[in-house]
Design a protein around this ligand. Structure first.
Ligand code: BGC
Length: 717
């Protein structure tokens, strides 16, 4: 359909019909199906006509159901406008992939794109048109439960994954390619900065930090063509995002040139009353429409009050028309006017959902996402080893994580299943352990198994509801019962390996005596097989942390790209008057970029193809040699960091500016080159513009953000 035709439809619509287009309701309004709401419910007090005309629907799934709703919808709509189905497909539809924080640890854009592409296909055949993903909130505080939905703490890495996800979901042509769905960038902006890690809390961030650290990943997704943007729940500079004109009109639309619609988060327009910036729903509606929020999710401030606002001032009619046009354009971009059922296909649905190839992909990606945190030589295990598998995450299907709406526990390969299928001598504890309480029986069995076997694999961690939305924790240790279990087993067992299933970086002090620790995150449907393949050495772990693990909660937020301060710790950690704690170092327990493999790779030599450059248009080639000093084939993630020695604002001690994954055969030596575009050294100046200053830069290469022994100086004249 041409834009002119859309405008004709809009001309014919009554003001109330237009207002209804802006309303998003959940699926249960159409199906009497109360399952899977993701926010508080209240009586909306709307009539059948409003429900029949609400522009978009949240959380429908199943091809037949979606087609039935669509058929009804179009029949009842005087202008034959189709509805549009949106849902939270965050890391897989029915085939569940690792949580986004784990995807971040793959450092693989290909893996992330593949996850998005398979998620899109399964969603599309099930009738969905748009996913509320990617979530691109930069995260620094593991108390916040939603860190599991982010790819981590680094703007560069997050931006790379943002592009990969949008490409994977949307492909090149949404109108033609029915296997794709539209992507929604969220939560604009800086939701990850919630003070104290408490969900929905205030965000107070300087504009330089906002622009330099938080905004780049959203912008990368928008540049990659993402179709929708969702507002954040929080305030920024005291103004809730859903009514924040500067954020949406000035930054998103004028600067980032975003042309698509903006949707509020669940009830976020009405919540401006709670924030205390709107006296009532009418004022909340006014603030949101003025800010350029087009779709109201699950409250009815627009539906009840936009017409009154229009009566008072015709300028609101123009704002309404603009919003309706953007919504219809999105429907049109998806080809819904021509093909309102789009990819929905009950036959294909049966074929593709949870297919063997999707499972295989989920397993491979889970393997890439797991991070080996500790190994005193115990891993990999031989298949002959007598192994006891114990702990509350051993036999459970709770390996998917909080945002796996369509995932089913009984379709998950548990750790017990995975280990038993591969190991020749695996005994699984018969008494199921609880996450929060040890029974005498379960402890006794664990101790007995520890005595009888060579190795105990302890599967510990969080339940799915302990991370994700509305799941902040002030204590980020393992539950005490699990620490007790660890201690009892440790005291008896010859060797203890901990496999962790969790959605956030944890304080792991209590299990520091483990012989090996594998951070498996919430690995998804194929989690158990992926864990087994790593523990038995079929796969050499290659995951690297995309978010730092603190020593303890008091160190939070601890992230790698900090500034030096006027009294730097690094050069004089024992001095009194330096920026430090008395009781813990400034360093993360496991830093950004960290992860072990079964190989040992040495980094040798560093050379720049030019050490002095004249212009910021140039590119510098950085060469290092890797030497695999072991027999193991491995994948090494080579990381390139930069420090700008003197800036107009204090510059971080290191910033990731590039990385590459290199396959190395046993004992292989390989020279690799990373390119650094000098324009990528730009940062936000006090006048809020991005530019690169002349001067000296340290160029550093290494296996993680801490071990950066190879350093060269680059001079920009
Ligand atoms: C979450 C969003 C999600 C929406 C719809 C909200 O509570 O913050 O991330 O997309 O619900 O389910």
């Amino acid at each position: 359909m041409q834009k002119a035709e859309l405008l004709t439809i809009i001309e014919k619509m009554s003001p109330k019909e237009k207002v209804d287009q802006l309303l998003q309701l959940s699926a249960d309004f159409y199906t009497d199906d109360a399952e899977d709401r993701t926010g508080p419910m209240e009586t909306l007090d709307i009539n059948e006509t409003t429900i029949a005309n609400a522009g978009t629907i949240l959380g429908v799934s199943g091809a037949e159901k979606a087609m039935g709703i669509q058929k009804n919808y179009i029949e009842n709509n005087s202008h034959k406008i189709p509805t549009m189905f949106m849902a939270d497909i965050i890391h897989g539809f029915r085939t569940i992939f690792p949580i986004p924080l784990a995807l971040g640890c793959t450092w693989s854009k290909e893996a992330v794109e593949e996850m998005a592409s398979i998620s899109a296909l399964e969603s599309s055949v099930s009738g969905l048109h748009l996913t509320f993903s990617p979530m691109l909130d930069l995260v620094r505080d593991p108390r916040w439960g939603r860190v599991m939905e982010s790819t981590g703490e680094d703007p560069y890495l997050n931006s790379e994954f943002a592009k990969a996800m949008v490409t994977g979901y949307q492909g090149d042509d949404l109108k033609e390619d029915m296997s794709k769905v539209a992507a929604c960038v969220k939560h604009f902006a800086a939701y990850g900065g919630a003070i104290g890690g408490r969900d929905y809390n205030t965000v107070d961030v300087s504009e330089t930090t906002l622009r330099e650290k938080y905004l780049p990943s959203y912008q990368a997704a928008i540049d990659a063509g993402a179709k929708l943007v969702m507002t954040a729940f929080n305030t920024i500079e005291g103004i809730p995002a859903s009514g924040n004109k500067k954020l949406f009109r000035d930054v998103l639309r004028d600067e980032f040139n975003f042309k698509g619609p903006v949707i509020s988060d669940w009830a976020a327009i009405k919540e401006m009353i709670n924030h205390g910036v709107a006296a009532d729903e009418k004022e909340a509606a006014r603030l949101a429409i003025e800010a350029g929020v087009d779709i109201e999710m699950m409250t009815t401030c627009y539906d009840k009050h936009l017409l009154e606002l229009i009566d008072e001032d015709p300028k609101y009619m123009d704002l309404l028309d603009e919003a309706v046009l953007r919504i219809l354009e999105l429907k049109n971009d998806l080809g819904l006017f021509e093909n309102p059922y789009r990819g929905a296909d009950p036959v294909k649905e049966k074929e593709v959902i949870l297919s063997a190839s999707h499972r295989e992909s989920a397993r491979k990606i889970a393997e890439k996402s797991m991070v080996l945190l500790e190994n005193n030589g115990i891993l990999p295990l031989s298949q002959e080893t007598a192994i006891a598998l114990v702990g509350p995450k051993a036999t459970t299907g709770d390996l998917m994580g909080a945002w796996s709406w369509q995932g089913k526990f009984d379709e998950v390969v548990t750790i017990a299943k995975g280990l038993s299928a591969k190991g020749k001598n695996v005994t699984v504890a018969s008494v199921e352990s609880d996450l929060f309480e040890n029974t005498t029986e379960s402890l006794e069995e664990a101790k007995q198994l520890a005595k009888e076997n060579e190795v105990v694999v302890l599967a510990l961690g969080e339940a799915d509801w302990m991370s994700g939305e509305a799941a902040s924790r002030s204590d980020i240790r393992l539950p005490q019962s699990q620490i007790d279990l660890f201690n009892e087993v440790r005291a008896i067992a010859k060797k203890v390996i901990v496999v962790l299933i969790n959605g956030r970086p944890l304080d792991l002090t209590a299990i520091s005596e483990a012989d090996g620790i594998l951070e498996a995150w919430f690995p998804g449907t194929e989690g158990g097989n992926a864990v087994a393949n790593i523990l038995f050495g079929d796969v050499n772990p290659s995951g690297r942390l995309s978010m730092s693990f603190p020593e303890n909660v008091g160190q939070v937020p601890v992230y790698y790209n900090t500034e030096n301060t006027g009294r730097p710790y690094e050069s004089a950690p024992d001095e009194k008057y330096v920026s430090k704690y008395l009781d813990v170092s400034n360093y993360a327990k496991y830093p950004f970029g960290y992860g072990l493999s079964f190989a040992k790779v040495a980094y040798e030599g560093i050379a720049l193809n030019k050490e002095t450059i004249d212009s910021s248009d140039e590119t510098v080639e950085v060469t290092v040699t890797l030497h695999n000093q072991s027999e193991e084939t491995t994948i090494e993630t080579v990381q390139l960091y930069v420090r700008d020695l003197v800036g107009k604002t204090a510059r971080p001690l290191k910033e990731l500016k590039g990385f590459t994954q290199v396959a190395l055969a046993g004992n292989e030596r390989k020279e690799i080159t990373l390119s650094l575009a000098v324009k990528d050294l730009a940062y936000v100046h006090p006048d809020l513009t991005w530019s690169v200053d002349p001067g000296e830069f340290h160029i550093m290469v290494g296996p993680n953000s801490r071990e950066l022994d190879l350093v060269k100086t680059l001079v920009l004249k």
